[in-house]
Design a protein around this ligand. Sequence first.
Ligand code: G6P
Length: 472
Amino acid sequence: MSKTIIVSNRLPIKITEDENGYALQPSEGGLATGLASIHAQGDNSWIGWPGISIDDPQQQAYFTSTLQEKRLIPLFLDEDEIKGFYEGFSNEVLWPIFHYFPNFANYNLQNWETYVRVNQKFLELILQVAEPDDTIWVHDYQLLLLPGMLRKALPDASIGFFQHIPFPSQELFRLIPWRKELLEGILGADLLGFHTFDDVRHFISSATRLIGTNNNANRLEVEGRAVFVEPFPMGIDSKRFADLSQAEAVTNRVAELRSNFGGQKIILSIDRLDYSKGIIQRLEAFELFLRENPAFHKEVTLYMIVVPSRDMVPHYRELKDHIDRLVGHINAQYGAYDWYPVAYFYHGYPMSEIAALYNVADVCLVTPMRDGMNLVSKEYIACRKDATGVLILSEMAGAAKELIDAIIVNPNNIHDTRDALLAALNMPMAEMKKRMKSMQAIVFKFTVQHWATLFMNRLQEIKNEQSTTKAR
Ligand code: G6P
């Protein structure tokens, strides 16, 4: 009986360390819930980095055996690997290029070599547990070389790859010095999944132009093998968010927040610290809105959560300083002794607090410069039981292809976002509910569980077709 091995840079559980020692905690993000049902079956397992550098072999062995009970297999990275592979290549070359920030890319040969070495390290760990005809599902841009390495080592394995961030136009992708190696790596898979049809289109154009693969629509021919490239828009665990937003602790917190803010309207903004999220432009649009609409002073608050992320990478540190300055400026310029226009928090929060905020927010302002999907927008919708609330969503987020009843804006156009804020705050109840209900229909139907099942079924279908062709 063949099994499925899930591989992602981060495990769904991370090891954390504080003054009381080590602890295990769920990692942020929706992937863990989405893949939980697949991970739970049979002998299936999940391989990834536990999010911390642990050098002591005894400690490593201890965590390996503790996590093994949950069928999680940790891959430990040392400080140099974290610097070169995670910070250096993944987040200083692939992340900026794939999000259309080419000037932020730092092409460093040593970091590339570390990226190759760490992908190889993942391969070696997989080979300790994989059988020749297992199914291996590789996730995201940190592991682009892995499908190719796996194909060489396990030619009969069924290999899937899903990329959670955008795939850029080939004009951007071709800037990367190691573009060919990266493409050949990805093409080791049988099925490549992206969030949107545009990502699929961009990938196919890079593959055909840069390495000359023959293609018949979305079926690429690679060394006599077929590789399928298809869109699988990812959803969330909608029921979990809906249930959480009705939990007693959450509804109590909602009442508390409402009373703290009096009758003010709340505009919510939640992101990881990242230049791709458009936080600066969002603040500029809010300032423009305040400047031109004095009637809204003391009537609205921008509740802005920025979750610390990748702060060892220089561009992230600079962004943090820029946000701090801009928030300070807006509060100093427009605030009063009894009102700060921006309530700004630089922390991570538990899901229950986030669910309470989704409930309190009259408007959710999601304006990334570029985003593979954007799950915050879907979480907000899942939490609005009474179908009130307005979503303002950037057209550059994958989610904008599905959530067409949001107010869609171009995040570079701060006048557009200012108009959207005004429209959202003045939207008649009937229109608000109509839009929200139609978006809820989508979010509750196309869940993360649905996404995972669809991908796995398609991979299985391809495997079956391949075995019939071979048998002929
Ligand atoms: C994005 C990526 C994930 C990544 C997450 C958090 O959603 O697609 O692969 O895990 O950001 O970033 P981090 O660098 O903390 O893993």
